[in-house]
Structure formats: structure tokens, C-alpha cells
Design a protein around this ligand. Structure first.
Ligand code: URA
Length: 242
């Protein structure tokens, strides 16, 4: 059982504080009865509505997936391509969705959850957490180009926030390099666009870390649930651990 405002926040209705206001101002019903006092606890079998709209009361679940190539990171796809949800087995009964996106051809670490509050916070520009990508690129970036990436490049008229970047290895014969780039923003196709902007189109892209989380022990196409310590730490990183 969890406090009503916490369940509402998890369901993505509003922040905890705004959920409290919704409760005290009479917008919320539990099992058909209006609740205006704070402190009521609800479980997954209770029916909670906000302005008559039902909300999800199932327990929060947090999944770390190693997304393979040629899978979309959405819940459904109008082109009938395989989705990350198709990769979850029947053990996961909760309705989870991805935290942010990875492109169809990008592999690596993707979080999935039904905790709307944490997902919103993790993807909010203010709290965006560090994510490290490893890219195979055409050409070998020079020190000057790496410096440009670090200082921020102009994308669609806006400068990206400072990033960390280094060349991990290079192939002089094929004229390709493996580059690591750590960013905390989450603009569409950001890594590909940043590397393209300094003259190095991306051939392959993988997200290796998300905050303190890594892909250790999780093969492409596999997933695992986060343990309670990891969830706590993730909430701390997202500044939700109050
Ligand atoms: N940046 C990209 O360009 N693509 C991704 O999938 C993630 C970050």
C-alpha cells in the first residue's frame, strides 16, 4: 500500500504536491468515494479516479534493457516493426514504457518503467542525467573537433551543452574511429547530429551508460529489473528521493 498522492504521482497525474491539491480540492475518488484528506493509502486493487478518469495503481517496476538494432523504442509502432515491449516476456505484467528514446538502429541501455513521476523527472531538461554513447564514425576526429564537441556545437540554431568526448581507437586504413561521447541532454538524434556537425557521420551507435547504470551482464535483447538500491539511487539522481 502506498500513499494516494504518491500513487498519483507514479501514474504521471501530477507532482506529489499538485496531487495533494487535487485530493484536498475534491477531484479524487477511491473506489467511488471522494477522498479529500491526505494520508489515505491505496493498493493495486483499489480503483482511483481523478475527475472520473481512472489512473493506474499497479506497483512501480523498473527495467534495464539492452536494446538490439532494428527494434523501435516505443510501446507500439504503426509500421508493425518489433518494439521494445515485444522483447519483454510474460513475466512482466505491468504496462511499462521507455524512458526517452533510442533510434531504431541504435543499441544499448534503455530504461523502461511504469513510474511516470521518475520517467518525467529523468527526461526533464533540468535533471537530465549523464548518458555515455560509443559511436563508430567516418573519419578520425582531430583534437580541435573533439574540443568543439566538448564546448558544444550548434544544432538547429541552438548550442548543445558541454559534452565529454574522446577517441577510443582509430583505424587509419579504413578511416574510421570509435568515439565516446557523454551528454546530459536528450534532443532528437542528438549524438548523430553532434558528430555529423563536426564532420564525422555516425555508422553505428550504442548507449553504454545511463547515470551510474551499465549494461554489465545484460546481452542485446535481454533485460533485468533494477534492484531496490539502484531504484533509490536513480531517484536520488533525479532528485525524487525525498
Ligand atoms: N542520439 C542519437 O543520435 N540517437 C540515439 O538513439 C540516441 C542519442
Amino acid at each position: 500500500m502506498e500513499r494516494l498522492q504518491k500513487v498519483m504521482a507514479h501514474a504521471g497525474v501530477a507532482s506529489r504536491r499538485s496531487s495533494e491539491k487535487l485530493i484536498t480540492s475534491g477531484h479524487v475518488k477511491v473506489n467511488g468515494k471522494t477522498v479529500t484528506e491526505l494520508g489515505v493509502k491505496v493498493g493495486k486493487h483499489d480503483r482511483v479516479t481523478v475527475d472520473e478518469m481512472p489512473i493506474q495503481t499497479e506497483m512501480p517496476i523498473y527495467i534495464l534493457m539492452n536494446k538490439p538494432r532494428q527494434v523501435v523504442s516505443t510501446v507500439s509502432d504503426d509500421k508493425h516493426r518489433k518494439t521494445v515491449i515485444d522483447l519483454l516476456d510474460d513475466e512482466i505484467k505491468e504496462r511499462v514504457y521507455p524512458v526517452g528514446r533510442l533510434d531504431y538502429d541504435t543499441t544499448g541501455l534503455l530504461l523502461l518503467t511504469n513510474d511516470g513521476e521518475l520517467a518525467n523527472q529523468l527526461t526533464h531538461p533540468k535533471y537530465e542525467v549523464d548518458k555515455t554513447y560509443v559511436a563508430k564514425v567516418q573519419g578520425i576526429p582531430t583534437n580541435e573537433e573533439l574540443k568543439n564537441l566538448r564546448q558544444g556545437v550548434s544544432l538547429d540554431g541552438k548550442k548543445t551543452s558541454p559534452a565529454r568526448s574522446k577517441v577510443l581507437s582509430s583505424d587509419d586504413k579504413r578511416k574510421t574511429a570509435i568515439v565516446s561521447l557523454t551528454i546530459h541532454e536528450g534532443k532528437n538524434h542528438q549524438v548523430k547530429k553532434m558528430l555529423q556537425a563536426v564532420g564525422h557521420p555516425v555508422m553505428k551507435l550504442k548507449r553504454e551508460t545511463y547515470a551510474f547504470l551499465t549494461l554489465k551482464g545484460v546481452q542485446p535483447g535481454e533485460f533485468r529489473e533494477l534492484n531496490p538500491e539502484e531504484v533509490k539511487e536513480l531517484k536520488r539522481v533525479a532528485q525524487l528521493d525525498k
